[in-house]
Design a protein around this ligand. Structure first.
Ligand code: OSB
Ligand code: MG
Length: 376
C-alpha cells in the first residue's frame, strides 16, 4: 500500500472524573489522533498517549506533534509499505519518541488490517474472542472512600482491582481494602514513588496477597528493582522502565520483575509490543496491557493487543464509560462482567465517529507527498 495522506488532529476531551496518581491529578485530556490514508482511500487510525505534562514519560502532546509532523510523517509519505513491521524498521534510526512513533505506526496497522480484510487482532496473531479486564483506581481522599470505590468496581465485575499508592497513602489503605474484600485480585501501582530506603515498608506489602506491585522504584531503574524483587514475595511488575524488547530482556535477565505491563505507546508501537510479547512467552513472564486513559482509538488498539495469548493477566483497559461521557468511536468499548468482546469488524473494529470527533477537535494538519516535494 502507498501512504497517500496523513492527518493529525488535536483533540481536547475532559474525563468524567479526575484521576490522581503519586504525581498529581489529571482530568483534561488533550491528545493527538493520526489518520493514515492509502491509494485506495482506506483509512487507519492511531492515538498518541502522550500527556500535556511529562510526569509519566518525557514525551508531551507538543513534542509528539513536532516529531510526527517534522520527522516521522516525511519518512512515510508516498512510500510503499507492505507490512506495518516495516514502519518499526523505518523509525528505528530515530531515538525514543516512542509515543509519537506508536501513534503513526498504529494508524498503519489499522490501515493494513482493513485493507487485508482482517481484524487488527487477527493481523497481530491474537485469538481471544473476549479479553479479561481490570480497573485502575486513582488515589482517594481516605481509606473509607477507597473501600467504597473498590466496592463499586467489584460490583461492575472488573476482574482485578489496581490501586494507586504513594508514600503516606499506601499500607493502611491496602489493609482496609484487603480486609473488606479478602478474595478480590488486588494490586498496587506506585508510579515510581519509592526508593530502596523504603524497603521495610515495601516488604509489608507481602502481608496482603497482592497479585503484584507495579513500578515501585524509579522510572529509569532496573537495578534497584532487582534488589527489591529479591526481598519481596510479591511479584514486581515494571511499567515505566520498559521501552523496548531490549529493556524487557535486560529486566528479565536481571530479575528486576516477574510481570510486565505492556503499553503500546511506551514501547513505540504494536510491532515492538509483539516482540516483547513473544520474548516473554518464551521466558514465562506474565504480561498484561496497561492503559493511558485513552479515548476510543487507543482503547481499541489495546483491546486488539490483549488478544495475544501471552497477555495472561487482566489489563487496565476498562470500558469507555469509566472515562468518558461519550467516546469518539461507535460502539463505545463496553466491559461486561469484566470482559470486553473483541469486535469482529476489520481493523480496530470500532467505527471512528467523525461527528463526535469533530466536536472535540481543536485543530487539524494534513500532510501529502506533493507538500513534501514543495517544501524542498
Ligand atoms: O501507571 O499505569 C499507569 C494512567 C495514566 C498514567 C499511568 C498509568 C495510568 C493508569 C490508568 O494506571 C490506566 C487506565 O485506566 O487507562
Ligand atoms: Mg503503571
Amino acid at each position: 500500500m502507498i501512504i497517500k495522506e496523513i492527518r493529525m488532529r488535536r483533540m481536547e476531551m475532559r474525563m468524567k472524573h479526575p484521576f490522581t496518581t503519586s504525581f498529581g491529578t489529571m482530568q483534561d485530556k488533550p491528545f493527538l489522533l493520526i489518520e493514515a490514508i492509502d491509494e485506495e482511500g482506506n483509512s487507519g487510525w492511531g492515538e498518541s498517549v502522550a500527556f500535556s505534562y511529562p510526569w509519566y514519560a518525557e514525551e508531551t502532546v507538543e513534542t509528539n506533534a513536532h516529531v510526527i509532523r517534522d520527522i516521522l510523517v516525511p519518512l512515510l509519505l508516498g512510500k510503499e509499505i507492505n507490512h506495518p513491521d516495516e514502519v518499526n524498521e523505518i523509525f528505528s534510526p530515530i531515538r525514543r519518541n516512542n509515543m509519537a512513533k506508536s501513534a503513526v505506526e498504529g494508524a498503519i496497522w489499522d490501515l493494513y488490517a482493513k485493507r487485508n480484510k482482517l481484524t487488527l487482532a487477527e493481523a497481530l496473531g491474537g485469538d481471544k474472542e473476549k479479553i479479561d479486564v481490570g480497573i485502575s483506581i486513582g488515589i482517594q481522599d481516605s481509606k473509607e472512600q477507597m473501600v467504597e470505590t473498590v466496592r463499586g468496581f467489584i460490583e461492575q465485575g472488573y476482574k482485578r482491582i489496581k490501586m494507586k499508592i504513594k508514600p503516606g497513602a499506601d499500607i493502611e489503605i491496602i489493609r482496609a481494602v484487603r480486609e473488606s474484600f479478602p478474595d478480590v485480585p488486588l494490586m498496587a501501582d506506585a508510579n515510581s514513588a519509592y526508593t530502596l530506603k523504603d524497603l521495610e515498608l515495601l516488604k509489608m506489602l507481602d502481608d496482603f496477597d497482592l497479585m503484584m506491585v507495579e513500578q515501585p522504584l524509579a522510572h529509569d531503574d532496573i537495578i534497584d528493582h532487582a534488589k527489591l524483587q529479591e526481598e519481596l514475595e510479591t511479584p514486581v511488575c515494571l511499567d515505566e522502565s520498559i521501552h523496548s524488547l531490549e529493556d524487557a530482556r535486560k529486566a528479565v535477565e536481571l530479575g528486576s520483575c516477574r510481570i510486565i505491563n505492556v503499553k503500546i505507546g511506551r514501547v513505540g508501537g504494536l510491532t515492538e509490543a509483539k516482540k516483547i510479547h513473544d520474548y516473554c512467552v518464551k521466558k514465562g513472564i506474565d504480561l498484561w496491557c496497561g492503559g493511558m486513559l485513552e479515548a476510543g482509538i487507543g482503547r481499541a488498539h489495546n483491546v486488539a493487543l490483549t488478544t495475544l495469548p501471552g497477555f495472561t493477566l487482566p489489563g487496565d483497559t476498562a470500558g469507555s464509560d469509566r472515562y468518558w461521557e461519550e467516546d469518539i468511536i461507535t460502539p463505545a468499548v463496553e466491559a461486561v462482567d469484566g470482559e470486553i468482546t473483541v469486535p469482529s469488524g476489520y481493523g480496530i473494529g470500532y467505527e471512528p465517529d467523525l461527528e463526535k470527533m469533530d466536536k472535540y477537535t481543536v485543530g487539524e494538519e494534513v500532510f501529502r507527498p506533493e507538500m513534501k516535494e514543495a517544501a524542498r
